[in-house]
Design a protein around this ligand. Sequence first.
Ligand code: 2AM
Ligand code: CA
Ligand code: CA
Ligand code: CA
Length: 287
Amino acid sequence: MASQKELDYCYDFVMKLTIESAKIIRDAIQGGKNIETKAGDWDLVTEYDKKVEQILIEGLVKEFPTHKFIGEETVSKTNILPELTNAPTWIIDPIDGTTNFVHAFPHTCISIALLVNQESEIGIVYNPVLEQMFTARRGRGAYLNGKPIKSSDVFELRQSLVCIEASYATIEDIRDIILGRFEAFVTIAHGIRTLGSAALTLCYVAMGAADVYHTDNLMPWDVAAGVLIIREAGGHVIDTSGGDFNIMKPRVLAMGNRKLAPELVELVRLADVKTHRRRVNDKKSSE
Ligand code: 2AM
Ligand code: CA
Ligand code: CA
Ligand code: CA
């Protein structure tokens, strides 16, 4: 599999299925929800996350019975992340931005990617509340509601609007690192935004509405579609260390313009050194 004709078919099929399933999110966002927690108080899931994933996977399995699936809520049942193989694999986040969805903050979406030979071929990120449909096919550009999008050409951090995520800051070790990096970005960039949906924020970098997105601690379904959309829009995504981005262990430094990469990698590195020193000193002074 993977002729352009087959991929065209997959794309048309998944677009329809996504739009249909997203009605559930649009209809439910303002109402009451059954909220459960997973890894901690900040890690929320609702009956809608499970329902949307079930509908998406059932629909895709029926049409593509030989394909594989990696979906957030299915993985959550066993906590075992399947290995990515060369087989056509759909990576699915039924609701990205669950915390936003719970609070009726309209920044929430379905994110779906199709990978073949471990490469993203199709990326779809759809926010049914704001009716934003971001799409990309490998080698064919990125689009918002059918119109081509292009990432920004800002090449200096001091000219940038930076998005970062803060969702794990309740875990002490991670909190110090996040706050250290936050401080570093705050003191240089035009501004900081934390939007609560990794998939949509990647798309905002793709469309040039933000220049940088940084967060560690994500999962494949948070990024699989968004990363293709950024790359097809002319942007650049690397691992936070500066190395190659690994979709199965995503630590994200995403930027509209690749010239920002060295400055970003160095900023994060220096922020972490500072955080580490601070922690050592705090420990000493409390002894
Ligand atoms: P989610 O809404 O699908 O859980 C901000 O919270 C971003 O980080 C969202 O894209 C969110 O995806 C993602 N994220 C990944 N793992 C998370 C977790 N354990 N708790 C909260 N957000 C998480
Ligand atoms: Ca989640
Ligand atoms: Ca997610
Ligand atoms: Ca999710």
